[in-house]
Design a protein around this ligand. Structure first.
Ligand SMILES: Nc1ncnc2c1ncn2[C@@H]1O[C@H](COP(=O)(O)OP(=O)(O)OP(=O)(O)O)[C@@H](O)[C@H]1O
Ligand SMILES: [Mg+2]
Length: 360
């Protein structure tokens, strides 16, 4: 426990700027369908909610929070450099709407000697490129679905992959580009979906074996050898209509008015035996360490009917809304939302105090 009163900059990005508006206008004017990737409106809404909750928690903890915004312009970078915080609570997911720049924001703060919560540039790089993350998992003996990538005629693969497959953008998060058509069962469907991902998101397509099973999330708190897994949370997809793939699509996650959203809910897992629970948590921890996450993170997994545990992906700096899976898991471990935010602050500060901010 540091106990010290800290000036904490709650850093977030806004991305629906003039450039995006201009791009939207251009798109409308153009008959061609090609889009640059863009996060949907509801994602910005949820960011607003979590930054406010975090701000309030920081106040309750006796810190001095203030908002710092990255709007994708050069002056916002200068303002960040001069913000005078003791710690940045890093909620950014992109720079100027480009989420591949998440790592650059962390790297910029490293160059300036600014302390911040959550993953460093290396973690953002490893986790964001899902194929790279999967290679890391495989190296560490962590089960992850076999996969291939395809981009403009260039195919990379190491294993044979069998249908059904799921086709996703390689770099996106927030289930962007993931819908009922993502799961494919024939070469024709596969080719159409790869084409769609390339054209709509200007992204390589990650073609992955579809793993039938329960969708589980392992929240992790702490850094490297001291990291601990939180209780398991499951997103119950079983009530999705017959014929719809049981996946956490964009609608399931964010579109509150859709049937898909209404029929799905997250629960604390309480029906697994201790051994299986511990096994899922251990795999989650191993994945967290494999892609060098720190302070906090969430590992998305699937548990098959045969008891196999697959890692789907790792999320540095996962969504911290009090209603989301990470906070649910923290609550089940006895931490209030305020405790959770306080612990993330302390974990980050302790890293810097021990001068291990770049420790892996
Ligand atoms: N190989 C797979 N087998 C079964 N389901 C999968 C697979 N890959 C993805 N899914 C489903 O699609 C969802 C979204 O996939 P993924 O987590 O890779 O996307 P994301 O956009 O990074 O999501 P987020 O960042 O919001 O966690 C998963 O939560 C899962 O329901
Ligand atoms: Mg995910």
């Amino acid at each position: 426990m540091t106990g010290a009163k800290l000036k904490v900059a709650v850093l977030y990005d806004v991305w629906e700027d003039e450039a995006a508006a201009a791009e939207a206008a251009e798109e409308k004017a153009s008959s061609k369908k090609k889009k640059k990737k863009k996060k949907p409106q509801s994602k910005s809404k949820r960011e607003k909610e979590d930054r406010e909750e975090i701000f309030e928690a920081l106040e309750k903890l006796g810190h001095e929070p203030f908002y710092q915004v990255l709007d994708g312009t050069q002056p916002c970078l200068t303002a960040l450099a001069k913000c005078g915080s003791d710690l940045v609570f890093n909620l950014t997911e992109a720079f100027a709407g480009d989420d591949t720049k998440e790592m650059n924001v962390a790297a910029y703060m490293d160059l300036l000697g600014i302390r911040y919560t959550g993953g460093g540039p290396h973690a953002h790089f490893l986790a964001q490129d899902k194929a790279t993350a999967k290679k890391m998992f495989a190296f560490h003996g962590i089960k992850t679905p076999f996969f291939a990538t395809a981009y403009r005629g260039r195919i990379e693969h190491a294993h044979d992959v069998s249908f059904p497959l799921i086709v996703k953008p390689l770099w996106e998060d927030g289930s962007i580009g993931i819908d009922a058509e993502s799961v494919v069962s024939s070469v024709k469907e596969l080719m159409e979906r790869v084409e769609y991902i390339q054209n709509e998101f200007d992204s390589p397509a990650l073609i992955e074996e579809y793993i039938e099973g329960r969708e589980m999330y392992v929240g992790v708190l702490g850094s490297y050898e001291k990291a601990q897994a939180l209780p398991l949370v499951e997103l119950d997809l079983s009530r999705l209509p017959e014929g719809t793939p049981k996946i956490a699509s964009y609608d399931v996650k964010f579109e509150k008015d859709t049937q898909a959203h209404k029929l799905t809910k997250s629960y604390l897992v309480d029906d697994l035996d201790e051994k299986t629970t511990a096994r899922v948590q251990e795999v989650g921890l191993a994945a967290y360490q494999a892609v060098k996450l720190r302070d906090y993170g969430r590992i998305d997994m699937r548990l098959t009917p045969k008891g196999e545990v697959y890692v789907i992906e790792a999320n540095p700096n996962p969504w911290l809304s009090s209603k989301q899976e990470f906070a649910m898991a923290a609550k089940a471990s006895g931490r209030s939302y305020t405790d959770l935010i306080g612990e993330i602050v302390e974990l980050a500060m302790a890293r810097y105090a021990a001068n291990t901010e770049n420790a892996t």
